[in-house]
Design a protein around this ligand. Structure first.
Ligand SMILES: [Zn+2]
Length: 229
């Protein structure tokens, strides 16, 4: 998948749909114990939960990155009846809050966005032409993935599936969810498995998973965009 020539296998860890009090706290403790960096793609409604914002701030303070993962995670940009209204409601509405969080990190100014691909399905419901235009104009970096072990369904076996994916990929971008499914109880086992494989866990993303980088279109999004895309 990735075109980057590398010696050692790399892995980038991402946690979506949080923060979730009682879960994200434990994830942060496990990451700290393993000295492992990650990016948390947070949802606006989760930030508004009691304790949500504090967890996101803690993640930044502990060296992790924060990305924008929509305001409500209830609507797909490419499936909306009114695409402009969906951009306003799902992206613009919490942009200031995400900027304020992410801007305190070392990578100040970087705007990461991950779309809601319901169930992990990458199809034309993921983006609308209006959303792509907005993300480009506002200099977002869109972060997709190449390892989705479906931890929300396979709350135990996701670890084996993810490790198998990592074993055959030069640079894996792993998506798991700091949600209340029980799956994150297996995070230590996953990180131990990665350590045994001697992979390098890095905070950056391979270009192959970034269709838009700082507003520049790197790969066609036609297959992920509604209408004429
Ligand atoms: Zn999500």
């Amino acid at each position: 998948m990735s075109g980057e020539a590398i010696d050692r296998r790399r892995v980038t860890l991402t946690f979506d749909n949080g923060p979730t009090p009682g879960v994200t706290d434990k994830v942060l403790e496990v990451l700290a114990a393993h000295r492992t960096p990650a990016t948390f793609f947070v949802v606006g409604t989760q930030l508004q939960q009691p304790g949500g914002l504090a967890l996101a701030r803690r993640a930044v303070a502990e060296g992790h990155r924060i990305g924008h993962h929509t305001a409500t995670h209830a609507l797909q940009l490419g499936a909306a009846e009114d695409p402009e209204a969906a951009v306003a409601a799902e992206i613009t509405a919490i942009e200031h809050d995400i900027d304020a969080l992410a801007g305190t990190s070392e990578t100040e100014g970087e705007r990461l966005f991950r779309p809601n691909a319901a169930g992990g399905v990458l199809d034309k419901r993921v983006f609308s032409p209006q959303a792509v235009r907005y993300l480009r104009q506002h200099r977002y970096t869109c972060v997709l993935w190449n390892c989705l072990p479906r931890d929300w369904e396979n709350t135990t076996s996701w670890v084996d599936r993810a490790l198998a994916d990592v074993a055959r990929t030069d640079w894996s971008v792993v998506v798991v969810h700091d949600m209340d499914t029980g799956a994150m109880d297996r995070l230590p086992a996953f990180l131990d498995g990665l350590a045994a494989m001697d992979v390098e866990i890095v905070p950056e993303f391979p270009d192959s998973c970034l269709p838009i980088k700082e507003g520049r279109l790197q790969h066609s999004l036609a297959h992920l965009t509604s209408g004429d895309g």
